[in-house]
Design a protein around this ligand. Sequence first.
Ligand SMILES: Nc1ncnc2[nH]cnc12
Length: 592
Amino acid sequence: MIRTAKRTELIEVAQGRRPADIVIQGGTVANVYSGEFLRQNVAIYQDAIAYVGENEVTIDEHTIVIDAEGMYVSPGFIEPHAHPWVIYNPVSMTAKVLPLGTTTTVNDDLFFYLHFGVDGFRQMIEDLRALPGNFFWLVRLVSQADFSGERDWFDPQEIRKLLEMDEVVGTAEVTRWPLLYQGDPFLIDTIEAAKRARKVVDGHTAGCSYEKLNSIAASGVSACHEAITAEEALHRLRLGLWTTLRHSSLRPDFPEIIRLITEKKVSTHRITMTTDGPHPGFIEREGFVDGLVRKAVELGVPPMTALQMATINAATYLRLDDDIGGIAPGKLADIILLPDLVTFKPSLVISKGSIVARDGKLLASLPPIDWNRYVSKKPFLFAKERLEDEHLYRYPHPGPNKPVPVAYFKSNVITERKDVHLPSVNGYADLSRHPGLLYASLIARNGQWVAQAILERFAVDIDGMASTYNTTTELLVIGRNPKAMAAAAKKVYEMGGGIVVVDDGKTVVEIPLPFTGMMTTDHSFGTAVRFHDELLAVLQKRGFPFHDILYTLLFLTCDFLPGLRLIPYGLYDVKRGEVVLPAERLEEKVAK
Ligand SMILES: Nc1ncnc2[nH]cnc12
């Protein structure tokens, strides 16, 4: 990482021959390298740390002297696995989490890359250099729902060029991990190239057995955050994978998984923690990396161990430990002041030598970003009126006496196939006598195709809703009433992306997400919280039985979780690897 502070000047400050810019004195420094708490002074010069010790630091009239008496002085927190698109965007996420002490986030690029391609994405990386804090990237090698042209879009040469950028620290999770198990040549070659460039290879091996994990580790993957039990986490640790413990809005797993440390008493130096893209309401109420540290300590992890996992361990995994992750001379000055080791809420946040937040308030300015300048794809490429055709929503009956495959939600994101006998009316499955069954259509934004499903246990009483917030960012329309579904779909079309719920002829939720269909363009994190909370409340009132609506929508259209899924190729049975009902061409569908 680039420093403005010259090494020779840092040496002068360390020797007291040059005044420091900031001195933090009288505090207890959390030395995450040695695992000690030490009463020491810290001298900061420009963006780096020059001195840590018991000597008085040389100051002048420009030096900011911070009295840290009674406080803990900790390295800034690091989130090694962020998804900066959960209605919030990279700027609003940073504005929220920096005052909470997370000075570094490492971010998945999926939706940015899908919508901008390499040129727009590169431009955005460059523009986001103006963000306060450290904002790094992991780049995807494939999407989360195969589509025609996917392999061309994720071009190996372009990805290798991205991997050369300083802001790109590695390759992002491959959710379709069976591709790695099978030794997919593109993935293996690109992973090899990433490793040669000294970058990390993030993993995503949900539900992978110990035996299969051997192959994944052999493929070059360096980390996994998908363990949901202490046992699964131990498998990852034993196989040399950096083991990232997750406590997210979708999977608040710490009470179980933290037993890896509190009961199995393993060595923790290869363990990190992640919030894994929580919904905005979760961050608002539970915090970000500060929340992980707080929760870990509450569950019995020693405070120093929790701090190490959130700082130096993450930095070491990311190969950034020469620059960040600890408080020592020569490192970048990412430092937080903690009044206690219980709440872990910083009273002061310093990033690269600047005070960026105090008492939970952001002081740093945010760069103006014109998000839509990166987007190379138009939101919709067909006439809006086409969405009025009810054939887009009604499910074609497979034939007399044949059961209809239904995607039944077993949990927030896992579905299971149920074969249900339904009457046929004019060739379509009739849901009118089956309360709780809903139509679902995934409509390509370029107007090329529509894929269809029937859902059960999503929500009993939804007339119509539409959302581009899903892993394909195509138009997902759900409901029991095709007219209401059409109305919701048209509204989302008009907004250029977003989420709309229509009930009894009225729009009851309207969330514009014009940035890739996933994010607001707003710098205010509060807006994202308000939108999320409103959506969840409205859907729960109409029978949504789970806790994380955004993840239900997000993953209904992915191809890596069990059950029936709605993907660009059609209704897909993941276990059998089989398309149950192929997507149809939109033109043919609406002409019927
Ligand atoms: N695989 C994933 N894709 C999109 N957002 C996510 N948030 C957490 N995991 C994610």
